[in-house]
Design a protein around this ligand. Sequence first.
Ligand SMILES: Cc1cc2nc3c(=O)[nH]c(=O)nc-3n(C[C@H](O)[C@H](O)[C@H](O)COP(=O)(O)OP(=O)(O)OC[C@H]3O[C@@H](n4cnc5c(N)ncnc54)[C@H](O)[C@@H]3O)c2cc1C
Length: 281
Amino acid sequence: MKAAKIKYLRAASIDEAIQQTLDNDGPKYMAGGQSMMPMMNLRLAMPGTVIEISDIPALRESRHVDGMLFVGACTTHASIEDGKLEDVARGYLQHVAGGIAYRAVRNRGTVGGSLVHSDPAADWPSALLALGAVAVLVSPEGRRNVPLADFQTGLMETCLGEREILEGVLLPVLSDKARWGYTKFCRKNGEFSHSIGAVVIDPANGLANAVVGAASDRPRLLVRVSALLASGLPAAEVGKPAFEDAIAKDLADVTDHAPDSYEYHLHKTMVTRAITEALKK
Ligand SMILES: Cc1cc2nc3c(=O)[nH]c(=O)nc-3n(C[C@H](O)[C@H](O)[C@H](O)COP(=O)(O)OP(=O)(O)OC[C@H]3O[C@@H](n4cnc5c(N)ncnc54)[C@H](O)[C@@H]3O)c2cc1C
């Protein structure tokens, strides 16, 4: 199938993009088009007006803001993979970016597009939730910051208002004591994951987050396991009764999969591997 007829506009600034949504019918922003174009071709998305935002300089820049790194929404996966973004997460971002799909998708696909598309099996929503990122949103009413934990509200749903644009994300600058692990399982390279385990521990930033992705409508923080990590869980305790109890209760809270199912075992394995990877660093 091919996309339905659309009006196509390119915005040169955030203000112009927002104005174009006010002046045109059925507006939708497009960044890398890697999720939008397939959905338009399948006619699952039929916007009246597509507003291309990928050339807006403010959405491509990165800068330090109040001790955090602001990363513009239109930063591509490839530019992070190639080390063009300052490495404030000690290799974590580069590792995640390099594992997304394949290079052609990474060349065009953007961090912001991935977060707004909010596929529960996508990489950035899980990875940046574990990192404690904050989304920066702009609308005609002004700018607001939303912790990533509150940004995605359900299956491919976010708290973005109709005219609102994701300007970027604020990332903590990890200390030299920070440790992370990121594991995912796909049957074929370049496919979306069947499960993701994302773990970031950095006491200097108050971070001890274990996240499971692709297990429910959105990436979920495993609160009991995260509390164990915050209390300084040693690697030797992974798999011991306190850990097993915490992960079983957390998975029961965030997935509908039965404990004897393949999916449950897969999610438990991905999270456990990510924790083991982090604790060995
Ligand atoms: C074959 C294939 C394999 C893939 N595999 C993976 C994978 O393994 N892991 C993974 O994480 N992803 C994967 N993807 C998705 C890819 O990472 C996309 O880049 C990403 O999901 C969307 O980013 P985009 O910039 O292309 O967004 P677009 O497709 O342009 O937009 C997606 C949505 O976000 C909205 N949007 C975009 N930017 C903004 C903004 N700044 N403000 C407000 N709204 C905005 C658009 O209106 C649209 O609704 C895959 C894609 C393909 C085609």
